[in-house]
Design a protein around this ligand. Structure first.
Ligand code: AMP
Length: 208
């Protein structure tokens, strides 16, 4: 019998825990995981054509155009046809429409929205760093990545200005995506406050 693939998208403002919880979810499901933000940073670092085009948007804390984000996700989806978790996509209504226009992608698709008050997001952004190799997000205490031993660095966009700009993009562009999934009964709202384990326990309760 064909195993039905499970698909999740992680939605939420910057530092809401999309990456941390999305990776955990993928691990529990035995699913593939893609962070569009981390992949875009990899492309920039590698100097690829896509990276060169994305660089100016990332440097300005703007969302990249669909011509880059959708292209990246579309080619990834073509080679990942089982269960998956997308972190940071869709971020615009047009991207949600792209995902749901293909029954092959939207089969068993659910969106998880991590809700975190803005004061807590500001605190988290000021207290995190990211692995330069596997792009796992961590607090300020570790000196190397506990997963892969990679060097840790603060993200270029985790400044006060970078956060405020990205938060505004979330409100103007991604809020409609929440409504889109809610109106299709595909949205799971999760309280994203508190520790990683507390949030994970809420996600587990919702979906397992
Ligand atoms: P993140 O690592 O998810 O915080 O994403 C970092 C940055 O990558 C965002 O601030 C955007 O500039 C860009 N980005 C990531 N995913 C998308 C997307 N789906 N659409 C447009 N821009 C994106």
């Amino acid at each position: 019998m064909k195993k039905v693939p499970l698909r999740f998208v992680m939605l939420g403002p910057p530092a809401s825990g999309k990456g941390t919880q999305g990776r955990k979810l993928a691990e529990h499901l035995g699913a593939e995981y893609l962070s569009t933000g981390a992949q875009l940073r990899r492309e920039v670092a590698s100097g690829s054509e896509l990276g060169k085009q994305a660089d100016v948007y990332l440097s300005n804390n703007d969302y990249v155009p669909d011509s880059l984000a959708v292209l990246l996700v579309e080619s990834w989806l073509q080679t990942h046809q089982g269960s998956w978790v997308l972190d940071g996509f869709p971020r615009r209504l047009s991207q949600a429409e792209f995902l749901c226009s293909e029954p092959e992608f939207s089969e068993n698709l659910q969106a998880i929205h991590l809700k975190v008050p803005v004061e807590e997001l500001r605190r988290r952004v000021a207290g995190r760093q990211e692995c330069t190799i596997c792009h796992r997000s961590l607090g300020l205490e570790p000196t190397v990545c506990p997963d892969c031993g990679g060097e840790l660095m603060e993200r270029h966009d985790d400044t006060d200005e970078g956060f405020e700009s990205r938060y505004q993009w979330f409100e103007s562009e991604t809020f409609p995506v929440l409504d889109y999934f809610a109106s299709r009964d595909m949205l799971i709202e999760v309280d994203g406050k508190g520790s990683v384990d507390e949030v994970w326990a809420r996600i587990e309760k919702e979906i397992f």
